[in-house]
Design a binder for this molecule. Sequence first.
Ligand SMILES: *Cc1c(COP(=O)(O)O)cnc(C)c1O
Length: 345
Amino acid sequence: MNIQDLIRDNVKAMKPYSSARDEYKDASENMIFLDANENPYENGMNRYPDPQQNELKVLLSKKKIIPTSNILLGNGSDEVLDLIFRAFCEPNRDNIITLPPTYGMYEVLANVNAVEVIKVELSENFQPKVNSILEAATPKTKILFLCSPNNPTGNSFNHDAVNTLLSNFHGIVVIDEAYIDFSEEKSWIENIESFPNLIVTQTLSKAYGMAGIRLGICYASQEIISVLNKIKPPYNVNALTQQRAIDQLSKRNQFEDQVEAIKKGRAFLEKTLPKIDIIKKTYPSDSNFILLKVDNANKRYNQFIKKGIVIRNRTTQPLCEDCIRITVGTENENRELIRVLESLI
Ligand SMILES: *Cc1c(COP(=O)(O)O)cnc(C)c1O
C-alpha cells in the first residue's frame, strides 16, 4: 500500500511551518533569545515550549522501545485523531468506518471535518465483523477506527481479526489503545514496521492518571509521523503539560502500583456484580471500567445520582440496551458502589 496515495493533495503540497524554536533549536543557557518576540523577564513560563517535545519523546521512546521519529504528541488523543482526519480525509468527499458501539469522538471529528461515517456494528460478542467491514469499504474510505480495548464494551478485539483488517483494508487503520495498560493483550505498537498503514494512539488520560494535562500519543511509521508533523500547530503541547508528563513518566512504581490496584478492583467487581439482583449481565473487561446490563438503565441511573454516584448510561448505544458503564474506583469507592447497588429496589 502506498501511503502517499492516501494523503490529501493540499497536505502533500505543504511545507512544514517553521517556528522560531524550530529554526534555532540549541537551548544552551548562555544564548540571548531575541527571535520569538517573547517577554525577556524570566518567570519559568515566558518562553515558547519545545515544538517537538524532545525530552518527553525520549522518555516514551525508552519505555515503549521505539524511535522518537515514530512518535507524535498532541493536546489529548482528541487532537491526534483530528490531525489524522485532516491529513487523510478530503472534506465532503471521503469517508471513514467506525464499529459501534464505540468511542464517540471518531464520529464527532468526522462531522467537524465534513467526512461521512460508515458504521459497521460489532458482533453480539462485541468483535469486529471482518468481512462486513471489508465489504463496506469504498475507494473513498480513508480510515478504519478500531478501539481495543473498546469503550464502552471494555473488551479487546480478537488478534487475528485485527491482523486481517490491517492486511486487507486499503486505508489507514487507527488502533486506539487508550486502555491498553489495563489489558492482558499486547500493544500493536511493535507491529508498526510490518504495517505501513497502522497508527496506534495512546494517552496519559487513563492509566497514567493525567487526564487534566491533555497528552495524547501517536505511534506510526516515520512517513505518517512526518505528514502529521507538517500540519500540527507548532506549539500544540504546552510547557506545563510537557513538564508534568515528564515527572509522571519518571515515577515508575506509582504507575505500576495504581494499575495493579485498579485491576484488583476490577476483579473484585467482576466477582461481586453478577450476584446482584438488578444486574442481568456483567460483560468481561480488559479495561478500567465494566459494562453492565441492568433491568432498567434510565431508572437505575437516576437512583445512582440520588445516592451520590455518577455512572454512564449507555442505553442508547447500539447493542447496549439497558447498559450502564461503571469506572473502577478506589477500594472504598468500589465497596460503596456495591453497597448502593445492593440497596436498589
Ligand atoms: C478516554 C479515551 C481517550 C482519551 O482521550 P484524551 O483526549 O487523550 O483524553 C481516547 N480514546 C478512548 C477510546 C477513550 O475512551
